[in-house]
Design a protein around this ligand. Structure first.
Ligand code: GGG
Length: 363
C-alpha cells in the first residue's frame, strides 16, 4: 500500500470550499483503489490567521510542511490584509523555501463550447506553460527610497541567475523531448536589455544540447496576441515568472475561465514537497455562498496524482472533468449551470467511479 501524506492549506475566501471537493475526490479514489491511501492534515493558515496572530503562518510553519509529500492549497488573500503581504508571506514563501522552481500550467481546452475563440476546437488549444517559479520579476529585490517625499524612488529588480534560468529552460527542453513536442521561449529581449537578453542567450545555449527539439522564440507581446489568434502554434512554452503568470490568465480566458485553470508548483528533485493549487484567487465576493467552481481545484488533484506517479488516476480525474463539462446544467453558474460547489463534487465522484471502471484502474 502506498501512502501519500498531504498538507491541506485551504486558505481564504472560496479556498476551503473548493479544497473540500478535491479532498472528496481523493477520498473516493482511496475507497476504490486499495493500493493507495492518503492522509490529510489541515492547517488554518491564511488571512484569518494573520488577523489574529499578525502572521500568515506560525514561525515553524515551513518546517512543519516539510514532512509532507504534497501541499494542497486553496486560495490566498482577503480584504483586510494587503495582497502583497498575503501573497508573499504564504504562497511565495512556500514556493521559494521549497525550491518549487517549476510551475506547470496547462492551457488545454477540455470542451469546445468553453472557448470564446471562434472556430477553435480541443485540438487547437492544448499546450503546457512552464513558468519559472523561484526568481525573475518575483525575486522580491528592490527598495523604496525617500518614502512619501517628492523625490520618492521605487526599485523592483528582476533577478535572473545563471542557475535559475538554465534549470527551468533545461527542464522545458527535457519535457519537450519526452513528449516529442516543440518548445517556445517567451521573453522580451528588445526592451529588457539585461534580463531578457540573458534569458534568450541561455535558451540558445541550452538548445544546442537538444538538436532534436524544434524551438521558437517570441516576444511576450507577440505571444499574447498569438495565444488568442493562433493558439495552435504552442505545444510547450517556457517563460519567466511574471510573464508566465500573466500569459496563463490569457490561457484561462481562452479555455473557459479561471474556474478551470490549474497549476503545480514543483520541486522536481523531490527534496521538498510540491504544491498544487487552482490558479484562481480567493474570490471574496462569492465566498461562503457555495457557488464557487471546484473544477480547477479538482484538476489540481489530477496534477498531484501525476506527480505521485499515479498517472492512471490522474488521467481518470481529467477524463471525468471532460465528461462533467458535457453537461453544463450540472456545473456551477460561471459555466452556465445551477449546481452548488458541493453538488458538483458529489456528481464528480459518481462519474469518476464509472470512469475508473471503464479504464480499469487497478483496485
Ligand atoms: N490559488 C492560489 C492563489 O490564491 N493565487 C493568487 C495569486 O495571486 N497568485 C499569484 C501567482 O501565482 O503568482
Amino acid at each position: 500500500m502506498k501512502t501519500f501524506n498531504i498538507a491541506l492549506l485551504p486558505g481564504d475566501g472560496i479556498g476551503p470550499e473548493v479544497v473540500a471537493e478535491g479532498v472528496k475526490v481523493l477520498k473516493a479514489i482511496e475507497k476504490i483503489d486499495d493500493s493507495i491511501s492518503f492522509t490529510f492534515t489541515e492547517f488554518p493558515w491564511g488571512c484569518t490567521y494573520y488577523l489574529e496572530h499578525g502572521k500568515m503562518l506560525p514561525d515553524d510553519g515551513i518546517e512543519t510542511l516539510q514532512q509532507f509529500d504534497a501541499i494542497y492549497l486553496g486560495a490566498v488573500g482577503y480584504p483586510g490584509v494587503p495582497d502583497h503581504i498575503s501573497l508573499w508571506d504564504l504562497l511565495l514563501q512556500i514556493r521559494k523555501q521549497f525550491d518549487q522552481y517549476v510551475n506547470l500550467r496547462p492551457v488545454q481546452l477540455l470542451n469546445q463550447s468553453l472557448t470564446p475563440l471562434k472556430g477553435k476546437t480541443e485540438k487547437d488549444i492544448d499546450f503546457l506553460v512552464i513558468r519559472e517559479n523561484s526568481e525573475g520579476e518575483y525575486a522580491g529585490a528592490g527598495d523604496w527610497l525617500f518614502k512619501g517625499k517628492p523625490e520618492e524612488v521605487v526599485l523592483q529588480t528582476g533577478v535572473f541567475s545563471r542557475k535559475g534560468t538554465e534549470r527551468i529552460i533545461r527542464y522545458a527542453f527535457e519535457e519537450a523531448r519526452k513528449c516529442n513536442k516543440t518548445l517556445t521561449s517567451i521573453s522580451k529581449g528588445n526592451a529588457l536589455n539585461y534580463s531578457m537578453v540573458f534569458w534568450d542567450q541561455v535558451f540558445e545555449e541550452v538548445s544546442k544540447d537538444y538538436p532534436d527539439v524544434q524551438t521558437y522564440s517570441y516576444l511576450v507581446d507577440a505571444a499574447s496576441l498569438y495565444f488568442v489568434t493562433d493558439p495552435e502554434r504552442f505545444e510547450i512554452v517556457v517563460t519567466s515568472n511574471l510573464f508566465g503568470d500573466i500569459l496563463t490568465d490569457i490561457g484561462a480566458a481562452i479555455t473557459g475561465g479561471l474556474g478551470l485553470a490549474t497549476g503545480a508548483n514543483v520541486n522536481p528533485e523531490k527534496k521538498f514537497p510540491s504544491m498544487f493549487e487552482p490558479v484562481h484567487g480567493s474570490a471574496p465576493t462569492i465566498a461562503g455562498k457555495g457557488i464557487a467552481n471546484p473544477i480547477a481545484a479538482i484538476w489540481s488533484v489530477s496534477q498531484m496524482l501525476d506527480f505521485f506517479g499515479e498517472e492512471a488516476w490522474g488521467e481518470v480525474v481529467l477524463t471525468t472533468i471532460k465528461e462533467m463539462l458535457k453537461e453544463p446544467k450540472h456545473l456551477t453558474a460561471d459555466l452556465g449551470g445551477d449546481s452548488s460547489t458541493e453538488e458538483v463534487g458529489n456528481r464528480f465522484v459518481e462519474k469518476m467511479r464509472d470512469e475508473g471502471d471503464r479504464h480499469r484502474v487497478p483496485t
